[in-house]
Write a protein that binds this ligand. Structure first.
Ligand SMILES: [Zn+2]
Length: 270
């Protein structure tokens, strides 16, 4: 590979393609993508931020990113999906969000200040610009992402969906459509899903693209700083010329100077 073909750390990540296939005769939707290139950008991002993702949190976050992308691809283009999976064991919150129009997915794991509870919770929010967000929450009984998503589909979406890893980091979600052959879907094995194009009649419906990308900037994080500024800029900076602000969605830390903050306040006021 020549140097012009390599992807420097700060370059915009390259998207992966997610294919939607209709399984004729079974009335099911198969959504498939190889996430390996997206996970390369994922690791470059954490490396850039000096953050090490340790197991089991790394796998939980990677699986949640894959699942929310596959789910988004089964849904209308204009919807943005944000999920928070509160696991009680291991105790953590996994946050992921994906949008088909923005062609992006981002997320992070929180392990500090997570409340202990008798059971976990799967919280989902669907947003369409100009409309009130739709929310739903179901108990999370599993310590793994894919069974939790399958349970969420049964309880909240009220239809069946299953997720398979057909090759390393290559995932397929199969979800029931009206008049689905549920017996077939329930008994599907990973081997059968791997050979789906030989065993079943598939038609390609569409392809979408997603990249691991937040799109945050100091300006976009500014509204979240409002409660901190309430006591005055002096209180926030404590005599320092700049503070560090962290994006809640992707964990990116940026330096914010008093001058930048005052400038943003002026622009908001004007
Ligand atoms: Zn961000």
């Amino acid at each position: 590979m020549s140097s012009s073909e390599t992807n420097p750390v700060n370059d915009a990540p390259s998207p992966i393609k997610v294919a939607s296939l209709f399984v004729r005769g079974r009335n099911a939707l198969a959504v498939r993508a190889d996430f390996a290139p997206l996970y390369v950008d994922y690791y470059l991002h954490w490396l850039d931020q000096g953050i090490t993702q340790e197991e089991p949190y790394d796998s939980l976050l990677k699986h949640a990113l894959a699942a929310v992308v596959l789910h988004s691809t089964t849904r209308p283009w204009r919807e943005t999906h944000a999920w928070t999976l509160n696991f009680q064991s291991p105790l953590c919150n996994v946050f992921v969000t994906a949008g088909s129009l923005a062609e992006s997915v981002i997320g992070r794991v929180f392990t500090h200040d997570v409340k202990q509870a008798p059971r976990g919770l799967f919280h989902a929010q669907t947003t369409v610009q100009g409309e009130h967000p739709r929310q739903s929450a179901v108990p999370l009984e599993h310590g793994q992402v894919f069974p939790a998503v399958e349970h969420f589909y049964r309880m909240s979406e009220q239809r069946r969906a299953r997720i398979f890893e057909v090759n390393d980091e290559d995932y397929v979600m199969i979800s029931a459509q009206p008049d689905c052959d549920i017996g077939w879907l329930d008994s599907l094995t990973t081997d059968e899903v791997r050979q789906l194009d030989q065993l079943e009649e598939l038609s390609l419906l569409e392809t979408r693209q997603f990249r691991f990308h937040c799109g945050c900037s100091l300006e976009r994080i500014f509204p979240a700083l409002a409660p901190l500024i309430a006591n005055g800029i002096e209180d926030l900076f404590q005599g320092d010329p700049a503070i560090s602000v962290t994006c809640p969605r992707c964990g990116t830390s940026r330096r914010l100077s008093r001058e930048q903050l005052e400038e943003m306040q002026r622009r908001c006021a004007g």
